[in-house]
Design a protein around this ligand. Structure first.
Ligand code: ADP
Ligand code: MG
Length: 478
């Protein structure tokens, strides 16, 4: 079974005329200016991104951390066997049984578990006890009994980690709404293995995998020219294949290959605010978030945040009596009350009456009075926030492509995440950004080939566990 699914993503319909009063038009113009990234500006952002990548490769503790993944070389396509994958770091916890059959073929069975807010922000021991219980019940549910041999598990842990081996690392920080106590500076593999051992669950955690690394591997299993794996979901990050000779900070000794996957942690790009077009509405989101000043790039491009940026803009319009006759609602007044999925609905809405937009505003958000001009303003705001996100995403992809000189020869880039999968025209807007960033390269979108890599944290983590198992068999000390 291949991971690629046929996608039918709706197209975003852009409106050009608002038809508002002069003060409304003036304010909309101001918002347009704040969110627009011209081709020249996009180039400037890309160049800064590239120079920050190089800094991260040269030295420790840089803004883009550029963390070596300890996954050396490329897949052979010969990876086979049954593995477990665990995915923590997004909206759900997922346990997956993966049967690798070689050359891009595999089957999966998976179960999702909801991680409550109290688990996300409580003692990390409670979180790991919960996870061990989920794995235990998954094994029972699927009748998995391996006798005396532990089943190998690839643990997709989508938070920044200082990795020291393929199955060892220390957690640097939490992101994306998680903030458990007792985890920073600890090894997530040991925390998980201890919780499993206490409950006598016969599972060996053999690889610690960032979701971007998993995405890269799963894409590479069927597309050998894969060069990067990227996530545009709750949060954003990327991984790509780098030459060892370019990883100047590497102190890990000889490796079995002259290439290694780098987990970039690019969500922190420009935390210094040197180049990004940070608006007052971004600053408001940042200030009210649980990680102020951190992950600024991620906050401008990911699913968790886009709705909140748009909400901040809409509230300013309401406060100036330029929207909804100055009335808001409990929903619109609540942090995170304007969901990114609403933006998808609104962006896809077309026709003069903007019925879907009206429905979201009056039914989902309970705004008492919604005019057609209001609908057009809201649609314009969503367009601006969504387009800016995709163009910034293009800057990151272009940075990776330039660093790895993969433009001329062509490469595949596996992308995971609901934003890429479902947000109207997100992919086309990235592609437009790439066209502007590579004016001299004809058919750039055929050379940098974006594609959905949906099962990254399942198949990718299983592939990583398989690679780790082989490494352990070769070197008993690992
Ligand atoms: P994760 O990153 O947790 O693995 P996803 O890739 O599904 O999960 O991303 C979830 C994020 O994507 C949420 O922030 C959600 O708001 C956003 N999202 C989900 N569906 C859509 C959609 N149809 N349009 C826009 N954003 C969406
Ligand atoms: Mg995910």
């Amino acid at each position: 079974m291949a991971s690629q699914t046929q996608r039918k993503v709706p197209v975003a319909h852009t409106i050009t005329t608002i038809g508002g009063t002069p003060p409304q038009e003036a304010m909309v113009d101001k918002i347009v200016k704040a969110f627009t990234i011209t081709p020249e500006y996009l180039e400037e952002i890309t160049q800064h991104f590239l120079s920050e990548m190089k800094k991260g490769l040269n030295e420790e503790d840089q803004t883009i951390a550029m963390i070596p993944s300890f996954v050396e070389g490329r897949l052979t396509g010969e990876e086979v066997g049954q593995f477990l994958a665990l995915d923590l770091g997004g909206t759900n916890l997922r346990v997956v049984l993966v049967d690798l059959q070689g050359r891009g073929n595999f089957t999966t069975k998976s179960t999702k578990y909801k991680v409550s807010d109290s688990l996300k922000t409580g003692d990390v021991k409670d979180l790991y006890n919960f996870i061990a219980d989920c794995i235990d019940s998954f094994l029972t549910e699927h009748n998995l009994d391996y006798g005396t041999a532990d089943i190998h598990l690839g643990y997709t842990f989508s938070f920044p980690v200082y990795q020291s081996k393929i199955n060892r690392g220390l957690q640097k920080q939490w992101t994306k709404g998680f903030n458990c106590s007792g985890a920073i500076g600890k090894d997530p593999v040991i925390l998980l293995q201890d919780a499993l051992a206490k409950k006598h669950v016969p599972v060996l955690v053999s690889a610690l995998v960032n979701d971007t690394v998993g995405t890269l591997l799963s894409n590479a299993y069927s597309k050998p020219d894969t060069n990067a794996g990227i996530i545009f979901g709750t949060g954003s990050n990327g991984a790509y294949i780098e030459k060892m000779s370019n990883i100047k900070k590497w102190k890990g000794g000889p490796t079995s290959s002259d290439e290694m996957i780098i987990n970039m942690e690019f969500g922190a790009f420009d935390n210094e605010r040197v180049v990004l077009p940070v608006t007052p509405w971004d600053n408001k989101l940042d200030r009210e978030s649980i990680n102020p000043h951190k992950q600024i790039f991620e906050k401008m491009i990911s699913g968790m945040y886009l709705g909140e940026i748009a909400r901040n803009v809409l509230l300013e319009l309401v406060d100036r009596t330029l929207l909804f006759e100055g009335y808001s609602s409990k929903e619109l007044n609540s942090q995170w009350g304007f969901e990114t999925t609403y933006m998808s609905t609104i962006e896809a809405d077309q026709g003069d009456s903007l019925k879907e937009t009206h429905r979201v505003l009056s039914s989902s958000l309970n705004i008492p009075k919604v005019s057609e001009v209001d609908c057009r303003i809201v649609k314009r705001v969503c367009d601006l926030v969504g387009t800016r996100a995709a163009r910034l995403a293009a800057a990151a992809i272009a940075g990776i492509a330039r660093q790895s000189s993969s433009v001329q020869n062509g490469c595949d880039i596996g992308i995971d995440g609901s934003l890429y999968e479902f947000y109207p025209s997100f992919e086309q807007r990235i592609e437009q950004g790439l066209v502007e960033l590579f004016p001299d390269v004809p058919d750039i979108n055929k050379r940098i080939r974006l594609g959905l890599a949906k099962d990254g944290s399942g198949v990718g983590a299983a592939l990583c566990a398989c690679v780790a198992k082989k490494m352990a068999e070769r070197r008993p000390s690992v």
